[in-house]
Design a binder for this molecule. Structure first.
Ligand code: ATP
Ligand code: MG
Length: 440
């Protein structure tokens, strides 16, 4: 991508409305724009990061055996009347009427709709286990939308829903998502700790929130500090192994970890003082097992091996991609801007032409840009005629992991500079060596 032809509206000044660093940096880097309170457009640079986050989430959901579909944002109120949640949900639900005066709503979550899909076609235990997910916009009319897309009214959610014949089978499905979440957040460059959680309006029995420790987090959390170094399940984890997944779950729940709603002061005080971590955190995922809470009122049942009908046991599993993007920034930035983990960076490399219009600089940059693009790298080429200082500041602000800098003096020697955004380390090398480093 040539910056001269891209759309990346950088702000020079710090936006006044931004209270936390991620919100400030997302606005300054031209990633998002607020359209009305708690409702955002994702501008091209932000959209690239969001797409990469979603690709990792999708990859891990698929690995764990979940199947993707797509459900609509607008739902009919009828389904929610069946489950009893239409009245229970309160003012967070945006209620709408269509031209026939039929009550509709903008979905805050999809338990009812997916249960309806399930009951319309699944009739036998032989079709279980089943886990269906989508990545879709949700709307919750939050009392206090704030911190940009961290807590917005319209936001994206990956929500998965599992169906099983028995409680034991449902626990295995829960454990699959538990392990998939550990892997997902790790690949996003985050350390998320599963904590015992309240089940809230979703209702239910077993529930964990995945929390990232951050000073700006809205949750108050308490946990054993060893969680910070626990091993993440590897990519060859066998998701069909009941014992294997139970062992992962048992290990990751063996030490104290709870949010303030579930906090047990006495249990926490039993943790040796030096091992206690009481901190603030950001909830990036939440998983629930809720048994037959929806299948009973909505009549979702299958025939079991005993020939009888059984209400299915369900769970639901949410991750917030539009919250994860600022959460990653909260965890990874410095005074100059964002530092993206390579896995979600909007571009892999930015090529900075320090003197656009200078034939040697232009030729060198074009050569590098073409070679790296051909090798499949996402390259941003800063070919604008801005001052070098402005270009450096922009490259640091948008946090691309690698900068290749071509200035007249180095180029005259057949060389460029390669800068690592995270460490700040700079290295001068031949043009060929610079290309080879990233092509190999
Ligand atoms: P919170 O306690 O932060 O309000 P929640 O418990 O209501 O969230 P869930 O129903 O568990 O949220 O939703 C699953 C995930 O969706 C959350 O873990 C979070 O990552 C994301 N999410 C929920 N509400 C919002 C929001 N208003 N803005 C952005 N992401 C959200
Ligand atoms: Mg939650």
């Amino acid at each position: 991508m040539r910056l001269s032809r891209y759309f990346m509206p950088i702000l020079k000044e710090n936006p006044k409305e931004a209270e936390i660093v991620s919100h400030r940096l997302m606005l300054r880097a031209g990633m998002i724009r607020q359209q009305s309170q708690g409702i955002y457009s994702w501008l091209p640079l932000g959209k690239r990061v969001l797409d990469k986050v979603n690709a990792i989430i999708r990859d891990e959901q698929n690995r764990a055996g979940a199947i993707e579909l797509s459900m609509p944002t607008l739902q009919s109120a009828e389904l929610w009347q069946e489950s009893g949640r239409y009245d229970a949900y309160g003012k967070e639900m945006l209620r709408i009427k269509d031209r026939q005066d039929r009550p509709m709503l903008y979905g805050p979550t999809n338990e009812e709709m997916v249960t309806d899909i399930f009951r319309s076609s699944v009739k036998s235990y032989k079709d279980l286990p089943l886990n269906l997910y989508h990545i879709q916009l949700k709307f919750r009319d939050e009392i206090r939308p704030r911190f940009g897309t961290m807590r917005s009214r319209e936001f994206m959610m990956k929500d998965a829903y599992s169906f099983d014949l028995t409680r034991e089978a449902a626990e295995h499905s829960y454990n699959k998502m538990f392990a998939a979440y550990l892997r997902t957040f790790d690949r996003l460059g985050l350390r998320a700790i599963p904590m015992r959680a309240d089940t809230g309006p979703i209702g239910g029995k077993l529930s964990h929130e995945f929390i990232i420790l951050a000073d700006t987090g809205e949750s108050e959390v308490f946990c054993h500090k060893d969680f910070v170094d626990f091993d993440i399940p590897g990519e060859h984890t066998d998701f069909d192994s009941v014992e294997g997944l139970q062992a992962i779950f048992d290990k990751w729940t063996s030490l104290y970890a709870a949010t303030s709603e579930m906090h047990d002061e006495a249990a926490f005080n039993a943790v040796p003082e030096g091992d206690r971590l009481s901190a603030r955190g950001i909830e990036v995922g939440h998983i629930f097992y809720f048994g037959t809470k929806y299948s009973e009122p909505m009549g979702a049942k299958v025939q079991g091996p005993d020939g009888k009908e059984h209400f299915v046991h369900m769970g639901s599993y949410g991750i917030g991609p539009t919250r994860l993007v600022p959460a990653i920034i909260e965890a990874s930035h410095d005074n100059s801007g964002i530092i993206w983990p390579a896995s979600v960076a909007p571009f892999d490399i930015v090529v900075i032409n320090m003197k656009a219009g200078d034939q040697a600089c232009d030729d060198t940059c074009e050569l590098i840009y073409a070679a790296l693009s051909k090798a499949g790298k996402d390259v941003l080429y800063d070919d604008t005629d801005d001052r070098a200082g402005t270009k450096f500041a922009t490259a640091d602000l948008i946090g691309v992991p690698v900068q290749i800098i071509a200035g007249p003096r180095a180029v005259a020697n057949g060389e460029v500079e390669v800068k690592d955004r995270k460490t700040g380390a700079r290295e001068t090398m031949t043009i060929e060596a610079a290309i080879n480093r990233f092509v190999a």
